[in-house]
Design a protein around this ligand. Sequence first.
Ligand SMILES: NC(=O)CC[C@H](N)C(=O)O
Length: 221
Amino acid sequence: MKAAVIVFPGSNCDRDLKRAYEQAGLQVQMVWHKDTVLPKVDIVGIPGGFSFGDYLRCGAIAANAPICQEVAAHAQRGGYVFGVCNGFQVLTETGLLPGALLRNAGLKYICRTVGLRVDQTDSVFTEAYTKGEEINIPIAHHDGNYYADSDTLDRLEGEGRVAFRYTDNPNGSARDIAGILSENRRVLGMMPHPERASESAHGNSDGARLFAHLTKALSEA
Ligand SMILES: NC(=O)CC[C@H](N)C(=O)O
């Protein structure tokens, strides 16, 4: 199974995501944002970081990079895409996921491990968990406050597209939302970083389960 990890100027979790994918058994190719061809892969990863220095809005400039048209085409063909933190911000800016990530309610950068509740287990990203299970995953962001209008929030909830919620909302996110899925559940965006909870040196393997299951599910898909 093959994965691509997109790299923008200012990405800083690209190699962490590559490592988490590789440890789970995926073959990874790094893809520069100016590339206009996406290699044939089973999943695209959009990593965390500070793409283009977070200028304009987090993820807004990255969303207009040439490779993002290819990522959108891949998603429209039913391909899998996984955006972590800045990657989630990029996915909302491209319109592949609804809503926006606003400045944290407390206006401060938050870097700590938080509790998440798994709300939807019916996706390749979340099947490893049980519904309602509480896991611990680190966050590191200043713009993680998920916003969408109430109709969109109702639709996300009604369609079972809320993947993860914060157990103790750290950033003001609407309805405690920490991660959402696309309509076909093949695109996941989440603010917490499962790749930072994926090996013994991290002291937490709650994220490793996501990656291990992902590889298995992709090979069976
Ligand atoms: N860790 C990250 O991806 C950070 C995302 C973004 N730069 C923010 O701080 O909100």
